[in-house]
Each structure stands twice: as C-alpha cells, then as structure tokens.
Design a protein around this ligand. Sequence first.
Ligand SMILES: Cc1cc2nc3c(=O)[nH]c(=O)nc-3n(C[C@H](O)[C@H](O)[C@H](O)COP(=O)(O)O)c2cc1C
Length: 550
Amino acid sequence: MGYAHDYAAAIMQRGRVPMAPVDFVPNWSDGPRKAKYYPGVDSLPLPVAGYPADASLDRAFDGGAEAPGAATGEGAFDLTSLSGMLLDSYGLTGRRLGVQANTDLSALPFYPLANWSRGSASGGGLYPVSVYWVSGPSGPVTPGVHYYSTRHHTMQRLLTGDVSGEVRESLGGYGADTDQYLVLGIKYWQNSFKYNSFSFHAVSMDLGAAVQTWRMWAGARGLAIEPAMWFDEARLQRLLGVQGQEEGVFAVVPLKWAGAQGGSTPSQSPTPSPAPSPAGPGAGSVSVQLRDVERSREVFTFDALLKMQEATSAQATERPAPGALTPAATPPADPDLPVAALPAAKPMPADVRTVLRRRRSSFGRFDASRPVTGEQLAACLAASTAGSRLGGDTGTGPDGDGVRLTKLYAFVNHVEGVEPGAYEYDPDARELRLVKAGRPGEFLQRNYFLSNYNLEQAGAVLVPTIRTSAVLDAVGDRGYRLVNATIGAVAQSVYTASSALELGCGVALGFDNVSYIEELGLDATGEAPLLIMMIGNERPAPADFRYEIA
Ligand SMILES: Cc1cc2nc3c(=O)[nH]c(=O)nc-3n(C[C@H](O)[C@H](O)[C@H](O)COP(=O)(O)O)c2cc1C
C-alpha cells in the first residue's frame, strides 16, 4: 500500500486527530501571489470572445450531444474560443464586494486585498492551477510555451520553438493527433502557505473544478475537453522549468485545433503515432528558462505534501488499463430503502458563460424561509451525477469504461415535497431513497468546522462519496488525483447548476468526515464523504456592489 492510503486516512480523521504541523499559523503578510510572476516576459493579448446563446448548461450536461459540430466531431478550438474558455474559468471577471459571513469581509474594500471573481470555484479562493499552452505549428502564433496570466488575460511567452512533440511523447500515445495542448500545473505554495499538509487534498479538487468548468463551457458548444491524468510528469516538469517538489503537473488537455489537417500537425506528424517533430529538439533536452519570482520571502515545505507529490507522480506513466477502475465503482442504490420520488429536473436553458459569470459562493447568506423546489433539487442532483465524469484517460467518460466513481447523498432540510432526512440518490431512477428520517440541521451544524455557514438554513446539503481506497487499490497512488479531481468536478457542476437555477450554493471541506460515515452508514462500502455542497435560497436583497471587469 502506498503513502496515498495513509494520507487519505489522515484526511478523513483530521477532525478528530489533527494533522501535523498542528501549530502552523500562516504568515498572511508574506503570502504568495495568486498566480505565477515572470517579470519582463512578452505578453500576447487574447481576443475578445463571444459565446453562443444556445450553448446551454443542459446541453453541457447532455455531453453536448446536440451542440453543432459535436455529432460530426467538427468542433475545433481557435485562439478566440481558447481565450473565451480561459477567461470564463480562471480569468478575473469581477470584484467580490457583497456582504457575507467570511472572516475576510473587512479586507474586501481595500484594493491590494481585492477578491476577484472567477468562473471556477477554488478552495480558499487561492486558484493554484497554472495553465500552460504548448502550441505547435498548426496554431495561430509562433510555436512555443505560453503561461496564461489570469490577471492580464494574456498569454505570456515562456519559450519559443516547437516543443509540442515533448508533450505528445510524454502522453504515450494519448491525444497524439494534435500539436496544441493545455498543460495544468499546481504550484503548491500558492495553497500550502495557508493549508499546509491539507493542501494536496484541496488543490487536487481545484484541478477537477477547473477542468470541469472547461468541459461544461466547451461541451455545450461542441468542443471536446478530454483530460489525460497519466503521462510522463517528470518530463513535462523539465519542459516547463519547474521543480518537481514545488509544482506538480496534474493534467494535459489535447485540443483539436481549427485548420489543422485532420486535427494533426500536417507537416510533421501525418500519422497519429506519437512522434516528436523532426525539426524539434531531442527528447528532454529543452526547457523553459524563465523562472517564477516568488513573492514570499520564506517558503515552507510540508512532509505530507512532498510525500504525496512523490507518491502520486512515481508511476505517472502507468495509465490504467481499460476496466481497471471497475472494482472501484460506487455501489448501487439500496433497493430495500423507501423511495422518495422527485419531480422532473428544472431545465437549465441559460448559456454556460452567463451562469459562470453569476456563480458565487453563498458564504452564510442562506435563508430557509423560501424552500428549494423539488425540481431544483432534482436538477442539482442530476448535474452532480453528470459532472462526475471527467472523461479523457480517466476511464469515467462515455468513451471509456463509463465507470461511475461517485455516489450522492442528500441531507434535506427545506425542500418542497421532500420530507426532511438523509437520502441516497439513485441516478438511474432519478429518485431518492431514505437513509435516515428526521431534520438533519443539528447534525450538519455540529459537524461543520467554520462559522461562515448556518447549514440548517440551506435547503439541502449534498454529499458526494467515493471509494478512495478502492480507487487507490485499482490504479495506484496517482488515483488520489483522480478521486479528488472527480469531487472537484462535482463541486463545480453543482455551483454552476445552482447559478442557472437561481439558487445559492456553497461547498466546503471543513466538516468531520467520520461523523458523516457514521450517520450515513458508509463503513461497509468504504465510501468516503469528501465534500459538502449546500444549496438553497438566500436572504432577499443582499448588500452588494456591482464591479464587473469582463
Ligand atoms: C475544493 C473546494 C473546497 C472548498 N472548501 C470550502 C470550505 O471549506 N469552506 C468554504 O466556506 N468555502 C469553501 N470553498 C469555496 C471557496 O472558498 C470559493 O470557491 C472561493 O473562495 C471563491 O469564491 P466564489 O466561489 O464566491 O467565487 C471550496 C471550494 C472548492 C472548489
């Protein structure tokens, strides 16, 4: 058994047995930036991008089956759609100035401490995902490596020259018929300065939230985002010029590019076999020379984080064989439990960009005087299920084994037509099954660590579970990244669905996982409840100030 098993156990227990270092206090005034900083680098402004009004969230969750180009596989990225997708996910779109219950409230009016809104959610609002664009000759710019600067919405040129073959080779045959790739790194210190050992758990969910934002944004308009999570990570770290212990490379997304013949690199790679371009550099011999300049004067490392990077990257190239995840599938709904019927899900016809721009965390603004409707709850549950498939090489997409890794539970406080209680969700029948009757508010609040939410005022609290140990047994320690990316994707799906349904939403990691295992009786199946996702109506007319910048 690898270290990831120990880490997973420590995470589950941390509400009762604190993780080392227990006396750690973040040095807020010496914190890192919320992005990487490459001084003096050349920047490429990104074009303004529209978004089709009919690219609805419903369509995104249907797998984009009805989107133009989806059926024919014609949908292809260009610089404009890439620009739009990045802006609507990790780009800054506005400033948060609404009054809420977080402890940072008093800082918000001060410009240096401004909190900028983004389409993707991120644990602690720290946004540690670094997005690199590796583009070969079929792209619109001189081939090279660019870093997406969220603050400027520009591409910063880190390297000039065609190194797309490096990425293609590192993927070991996956995504070989293109020369355009998004490479997603996680700069740990950006998160660990606050969350220390817990950091790996949070950032690996952030990765999933970001990728799922792309999957929804692109899927609704017939573009494909199919991430690879298994590849030669050390080789890509070398290419990006990052230190292995400081920045992990968590995903690579091959992009089908408009104008490229057959989506491939026409002159250099006519066959889909993974071959570096003949004109390109020798394997592993080229690297970004520019370095991120750290803002913090003092940077700490944390044992658990170092060990998790080591454990989850050790067998990074050993992509699981088809069917490998099958033993880790979630158990089906228990047919012996009483059924609580749900109405049809409320439609979500709004376009994905609009709902991402509206998305935000509720942070204490829930108000139960207006209950959630059954239709809204049904839509959030269906969105969680649809959003739990990351696709790509994870074996969870419709093109893979279609393994369902997550199961959903719902603690119902205030939902029209559904009695208060704890339920499991049957995604095939689209109905609930009663696990425990009675108002769950007291249980929920008692087991929440922070003071920024009154969970009893949420209409319902949804809880995705996943059989972490079974996934690790099935695919090795790198599976921890898949487990958490899947949960992050579910979180982002519920946030976005709530926005479309005009419901408040907030997800949280700050709860006692063990109590949830006991309350829902999950010990026997090994299901780990990894997140709580609150949905509900908010107090009317909240104090806010509009400050859109995109
Ligand atoms: C994986 C993950 C974990 C989170 N954990 C918490 C949490 O424990 N408590 C909380 O209040 N918010 C939590 N959040 C919400 C973030 O704090 C929030 O997304 C971020 O501050 C940005 O704010 P916004 O969602 O309003 O854009 C989490 C979000 C994600 C994606």
